[in-house]
Design a protein around this ligand. Structure first.
Ligand code: PMP
Ligand code: GLU
Length: 388
């Protein structure tokens, strides 16, 4: 008797999460581990956000809200999307979910049937293929090129399309590459999607973490035709250091938003009520702490870039967003899992093997940790690379 459903039996657990918890456990055991694995901001949630949630609890905001979230929060998100992203969504086209991971999952479940194909540019965030498989649909990977900053071109997208293509996933700024798509690149991708009515899942969770001259563009803002095909996903985890609060959101046409609402009404119901009050404060409060965090990430980013460029046998490209570096380790001749495991056991540096992102010739490091830890981690990586 097979107890586990066929669609679920072959899924792998999230490597990004398991490495993070392994590194945290090593640290608790007193091992001097440099955790460059975690895709989680090291800053605390700003105090004004925490205070708003505490006040909400004290005021008795301890009951269910509407499945899609508090009206005030959805109105705030509608305003945010209009003003910051040039996206027109009414509050009833927005559903607040339990983290952006949940948003992605709901969106895929709402739109994809068994047999549908979902185009995923590789390297990709580790959870997309498993979410697609979990609903019985099929991930179709398109290998992107390092020379093109790991971005899928409109032509590559067009070439990968078949009669079964239902959706493409675009993640800009990107995890794990840090790549940021320009307006022109997104417009070209949007045009291909529009030519065959392909849905675009646009995961914009890292939108605020952007450096230098780069600009974040929401693909749905390019034209109304593209907006109607786009499910815009965002959340509070990365920008406001609120990973543990579990708050993300989807914005889409009313038809898709209603389907997501229905799924949510039978699964999680609303995201935690008092956490939603924290989210309202995050949206409406002083954003200067976010700017300070981004400045700090940028200092680390530049430091890591300088160091990686001088380490033998590894190479990278300058990431324009998020807080990761994808490091090419091909020259060492070691595959990614082996590389990451040895780095952890011999040098006590936690990284994520690229295989988790569909690229076995790389490892990912995160700079969402303090400069001293980054420096120590890179010293150890350098020593390890010298020996290999
Ligand atoms: N999308 C990407 C690309 C991510 O890296 C993450 C990180 N966890 C998420 C979505 C999910 O974020 P959340 O913590 O809000 O679920
Ligand atoms: N997104 C982060 C990462 O890629 C957090 C872990 C996860 O949710 O996958 O490491």
């Amino acid at each position: 008797m097979e107890f586990i459903a066929e669609t679920i039996a072959d899924l792998s657990p999230s490597l990004t999460l398991s490495i993070t918890s392994q590194a945290k456990q090593m640290r608790e055991e007193g091992i001097d581990v440099c955790n460059l694995g975690a895709g989680e901001p090291d800053f605390d949630t700003p105090q004004y956000i925490k205070s708003a949630a505490i006040d909400a609890l004290q005021d008795g905001q301890t009951k269910y809200t509407a499945v899609a979230g508090l009206l005030a929060l959805r109105k705030g998100l509608s305003k945010k999307l209009r003003e910051e992203n040039q996206l027109d969504y009414e509050h009833n086209e927005i559903v607040v979910n339990c983290g952006a991971k949940h948003s992605c999952f709901n969106a895929i479940m709402a739109c994809c049937d068994a047999g549908d194909e979902v185009i995923i540019p590789a390297p990709y965030w580790t959870s997309y293929p498993e979410m697609v498989r979990a609903v019985g649909a099929e991930p179709v990977f398109v290998e992107t090129k390092q020379e093109n900053n790991w971005k899928i071109t409109a032509q590559e997208f067009d070439d990968a399309m078949t009669g079964s293509t239902k959706m493409i996933i675009i993640n800009s700024p990107n995890n794990p590459t840090g790549a940021v798509y320009s307006r022109e690149e997104l417009a070209a991708i949007g045009e291909v999607a529009a030519s065959e009515d392909i849905l675009i899942l646009s995961d914009e969770i890292y939108e605020k973490l952007i450096y230098g001259e780069s600009e974040h563009v929401s693909i749905g803002s390019i034209s109304d035709e593209i907006r109607k095909l786009t499910i815009t996903i965002n959340g509070f985890s990365k920008a406001y250091s609120m990973t543990g609060w579990r708050l993300g959101y989807t914005a889409a046409t009313k038809e898709i938003a209603d389907a997501i609402d229905t799924i949510q009404s039978h699964s999680t119901s609303n995201p935690t009520t008092f956490a939603q009050y924290g989210a309202i404060a995050a949206l409406t409060g002083d954003q200067s702490e976010i700017t300070d965090m981004v400045e700090e990430y940028d200092i680390r980013r530049q430091y890591v870039l300088g160091r990686l460029n001088s380490i033998a046998n590894v190479s990278t490209i300058e990431p324009d967003g998020a807080f990761y570096f994808l490091i090419n380790i091909e020259k060492t001749g070691i595959k990614s899992v082996n590389f990451s495991e040895k780095l952890l056991s011999r040098m006590q540096v936690a990284t994520v093997p690229g295989v988790a992102f569909g690229n076995d010739h790389s490892i990912r490091i995160s700079y969402a940790t303090s400069l001293p830890i980054i420096k120590e981690g890179l010293d150890r990586l350098e020593e390890f690379c010298k020996a290999h």
